[in-house]
Design a protein around this ligand. Sequence first.
Ligand SMILES: [Zn+2]
Length: 109
Amino acid sequence: MFCPECGTENPDGAKFCGNCRYEMSTSTKDPIHNRIDDVVEIDNGQTGISDSMKYGILAASVFIPFIGLIMGIIYLAQNESEEKKDVGKLWLYGSLGIMLVYFIISSDM
Ligand SMILES: [Zn+2]
């Protein structure tokens, strides 16, 4: 390894340069790179959490509208009054709206 200060060749692992006494250990340890690696590890952990959130949102985007569609069909199939038909339509439109919002959120991530 060469001294970054004066360019003199020193044995690997030498703490100080044999020529100018430059402290080699600080330059070889590279604390800045170690810090960057730590940040990258934290970022990977966050993407892992958001991946599981993504699956949860995708599952919700299937199940919540599915419940809404069933509720809408039940209310519409009863066919008793206009009021119940309106409630059924509300369930159907609501479930479609929620599905749309979930798809937009999941596609952004
Ligand atoms: Zn040196």
